[in-house]
Design a protein around this ligand. Structure first.
Ligand code: PLP
Length: 397
């Protein structure tokens, strides 16, 4: 059965991803199963997507209920789950308005367009440049690879879209020095996920917020990976006491269905009027129904606290390994977004963990990244830690 799946995938799908074998055929909570019923414990959650775990009963029920009503009318008509999800997002964030897209990159495209349009609408047509961070990741479309502060995602796709500059994370002086009369916004991830959990510091974000306010620059937070409870707050900006003007979401928003969102203050949102931006599928009712169930469950079942507590437990155990193995350089974490930097590439360790039934990931070559679903158990964490201990001991000897 899975051999056909693997054969068809390898033969017919463009090879933009390397896939692990064997293939999974079902999943529930933090466990995935292959066709021999071998169990794997999930420390990746579909790359920070299935935050409530796989096949969550409330999310699945909401999806089924919506499927039985209707799938799609288009954004020319009202669709109930969109309004419900929008009100949940607005009532739990700094924002006044939301635009729904299908993915993270699309949400960021929207944010880039909105920042440029707002500058034009407010008497500064010369402003279009956006400053982003070195080692950021904002997506794979042409605008978002241009926004991304990593050369490797751009190679072969030149010319890059003009209008982006990159500065070192947490370096306010570098950022201030790079602003020109053309700058309209600064865009960053409060924690960089794809490049190994690099964390913004509070002083930097506070100084940046003040600088943006005094220089009429918009502050855009890409919370595509950090949002929806991943760091132990609904949105990572809440850790800092610093609110953005625009925020983007995707990944965990619908716990596994495709959905992206762009949120902003009312004054900025006014720059999007009929005809300026749109998406046929954006805000699909089934995805939005899943989003409503996801956010309500996170809030009602205290998952933000669970995420913090589990994160603290996990980090303590990882620090134990750091004390034991000198090649572990640093543990970086907020909630259940955790990186363990090694002094050598981690791909081999990821593969060894997989063979032993643990799904982890490696970001920017040397950082093991753990993004478990919030339903992970302390026993699962203990089991991974002893597996890592065993693998690390083999490296040491
Ligand atoms: N922004 C961040 C911070 C991300 O982590 C990602 C994906 O990893 C994206 C944007 C792109 O999202 P998508 O793959 O849904 O387009």
């Amino acid at each position: 059965m899975t051999s056909d799946m693997i054969k068809n995938t390898d033969k017919y799908i463009m090879e933009t991803y390397k896939r692990f074998t064997p293939a999974f055929i079902k999943a529930s909570g933090a466990k995935l199963y292959d066709e021999n019923n071998k169990e794997y414990t999930d420390f990746l959650a579909g790359i920070a997507v299935c935050n409530l775990g796989h096949s969550h009963p409330k999310v699945n029920q909401a999806i089924k209920d919506q499927v039985d009503k209707y799938l799609h009318f288009s954004n020319l008509f009202y669709m109930e789950p969109q309004g419900e999800l929008a009100s949940l997002l607005i009532n739990n964030s700094f924002a006044d308005r939301v635009f729904f897209a299908n993915s993270g990159a699309e949400a960021n495209e929207g944010a880039i367009k909105l920042a440029r349009k707002y500058a034009k609408d407010n008497g500064t047509p010369e402003k279009y440049e956006i400053i982003t961070m070195v080692d950021s990741f904002h997506g794979r479309t042409l605008a978002t690879i241009s926004a991304t502060g990593q050369d490797k995602v751009k190679v072969g796709f030149e010319p890059n879209m003009p209008g982006f500059k990159y500065v070192e994370l947490n370096n306010i002086n570098a950022l201030i020095a790079s602003v020109t009369d053309h700058t309209c916004a600064v865009m960053l991830e409060p924690l960089q996920g794809e490049t190994g959990v690099n964390i913004c510091n509070t002083k930097f974000l506070k100084e940046l917020r003040a600088f943006c306010d005094t220089h009429d620059l918009l502050l855009i937070f890409d919370e595509i990976q950090t949002g929806i409870g991943r760091t132990g707050k609904m949105f990572a900006y809440e850790h800092y006491g610093v609110e953005p003007d625009i925020m983007t979401l995707a990944k965990g928003l619908a716990n596994g269905l495709p959905l992206g969102a762009l949120l902003s203050k009312e004054e900025i949102a006014k720059s999007f009027v009929p005809g300026t931006h749109g998406s046929t599928f954006g805000g699909n009712p089934v995805s939005c129904a899943a989003g409503v169930a996801t956010i309500k469950t996170i809030l009602e079942e205290d998952y933000l606290k669970k995420c913090c507590d589990l994160g603290d437990y996990f980090v303590e155990k990882l620090n134990g390994l750091k004390g034991k193995y000198s090649f572990v350089k640093e543990i970086r974490a907020k909630g259940l977004m955790i990186g363990m930097e090694l002094d050598f590439p981690g791909a081999d360790i990821v593969k060894k963990c997989f063979d032993k039934g643990f799904i982890i990931n490696c970001a920017k070559e040397k950082t093991l990244r753990f993004l478990p679903p919030f339903v992970i158990k302390t026993d699962d964490i203990d089991a991974l830690i002893s597996t890592l201990d065993e693998i690390f001991a083999g490296i040491n000897s």
